[in-house]
Design a protein around this ligand. Structure first.
Ligand SMILES: *Cc1c(COP(=O)(O)O)cnc(C)c1O
Length: 451
């Protein structure tokens, strides 16, 4: 084992990692990155098909973002954001407001996706306290939703393998079925779907709206659940229910934001006016940590009062609106314009979706789903009955190992293989990624048949 890796394993505890697995599968030492490629210390390269945990947007080492960061470092690296401000934050807030749905006019900065969600939850909660509707204290969320790893964000996430141990810590929230079409919670097929899965939500909200502050969900793609892409009509329906019964609509665009679905924000696919939008991951194109929670004038005004009225939002994070991160975010947004990133994504995603359709023919492939530059292939043991692989079978690990041999970082969520590509991917790179992923899934297919 390389000396650096020995030192890594001696001192570092990696996230989402069973450290014992590192005995056989030590972490890979990455030395540099360019575009879609990561290079390790041995000169091997890997295609970053999952955009560095979903945050890279324009590829690695983009000259424009790098330059913006360096320029910012020459003037101001950090400043407390209470009582002080700076131009990069002002410019970024203006830009985010101009890009987001018209209902959103205020920006609250934080430093990651979980805190962007926590901010929205606390603001929503306090909004109802501030206006005297003191019973509106609960949140509704989806069964397989994911909103981060802090305790509040976990409380509104689905309970799964990762977080069930923490369940006693969660604040109580209402859970409703997810629009997981392949495994429809209502037992329907596409042809018979009438958005029945939104009914339990409407029933709940109709009965309990006096105690519900808001509903939180990921628009169009439930990412961590396995890139579950769901019908736009469902999102529209949720927005209607939220409006009808006066509960906040909190959209978690942490994964879907910044072009990954083919639009700047996923919520643009439907004409809805959320009360909150949570952003992070792609906001700086993966350069620096940053979170942002956008909200409405109505909510802002419920906190705007004389100091003694105790309506202030006492919440904040030390690295809030870090100037270097703001500058990286601004540069990333300029690139969207200069390189017509979204126009390019439309072209590339067409080929991407065509390529993914081919996977349907494979034996172990139960479902194929995609939107924009996000795609997933759900592997099953038995196609007809949609029998899932068990936790112990670790089919994902096998795919991961095989991917590395083919220069691919495939890091399946359980037995769901996904691609979450940078928007800058070229057609040639896309072809390589799809062909090799196909061959890997096919080879796993064969092996399991011969067993
Ligand atoms: C990743 C993610 C989060 C949490 O973001 P962190 O920066 O990891 O805290 C929240 N919501 C969604 C939808 C995510 O994908």
């Amino acid at each position: 084992m390389n000396n650096w890796i020995k030192r890594d394993l001696k001192y570092i505890w990696h996230p989402y990692t069973q450290m014992k697995d590192c005995e056989n599968l030590p972490p890979i030492l990455i030395e540099k990155a360019r575009g879609l490629k990561l290079y390790d210390n041995k000169g091997n390269f890997y295609y970053d098909t999952i955009s560095s945990w979903w945050c890279n947007v324009h590829g690695h080492n983009h000259p424009k973002i790098k330059k913006a960061i360096i320029r910012q470092l020459d003037s101001l690296e950090h400043i407390l954001f209470a009582g002080f401000t700076h131009r990069p934050a002002i410019l970024l807030a203006e830009k985010l407001v101009s890009l987001s749905p018209p209902s959103l006019n205020k920006v609250f900065f934080s430093d990651n996706g979980s805190t962007a969600v926590e901010t929205a939850l606390k603001m929503s909660f306090q909004y109802w306290q501030n206006i005297g509707k003191k019973d509106k204290t609960k949140f509704v969320s989806l069964d397989y939703g994911y909103h981060g790893d802090t305790v509040g964000a976990m409380s509104v996430s689905g309970v799964d393998l990762f977080n069930e141990v923490f369940k006693p810590l969660f604040f109580s929230s209402f859970k409703v079925p997810s629009p997981y079409c392949y495994r429809c919670p209502m037992g329907k097929e596409k042809s018979s779907c009438n958005l029945d899965c939104a009914e339990p939500l409407e029933t709940l909200v109709r009965q309990k709206s006096h105690e519900i502050a808001g509903i939180v969900l990921e628009p169009l793609v439930m990412a961590a659940a396995g890139m579950i892409v769901y019908p736009k009509e469902y999102l529209k329906r949720v927005a209607e229910i939220a409006r009808k019964y006066s509960i906040h609509l909190i959209l978690d665009e942490v994964a879907t934001g910044f072009g990954k679905t083919g639009k700047m924000f996923a919520c643009e696919y439907v004409n809805i006016q959320p009360d909150f939008m949570c952003l992070s991951k792609g906001i700086t194109s993966g350069y620096l940590p940053m979170g942002a929670t956008l909200t409405t004038d109505t909510i802002y005004e419920a906190f705007y009062a004389n100091y003694e009225e105790r309506k202030t939002f006492y919440h904040g994070h030390t690295y809030t609106a870090n100037p270097v991160a703001c500058s990286a975010a601004l540069a990333s947004l300029e690139i969207f314009k200069e390189e017509d990133t979204l126009g390019r994504v439309r072209e590339v995603s067409f080929l991407f979706h065509q390529g993914l359709e081919k996977f349907r023919g494979l034996n172990l492939v139960g479902d194929v789903r995609y939107i924009g530059i996000i795609g997933a292939i759900e592997l099953v043991k038995e196609k007809k009955r949609k029998v899932a692989f068990s936790f112990k079978e670790r089919v994902g690990l096998e795919i991961y190992k095989q991917g590395l041999k083919k220069h691919l970082i495939l890091r399946p969520l359980g037995s769901i293989i996904y691609l979450f590509l940078p928007l800058s991917i070229s057609k040639k790179e896309l072809e390589y990624v799809l062909d090799n992923t196909y061959n890997i899934v096919k080879s796993v297919d064969k092996k399991s048949i011969s067993q």
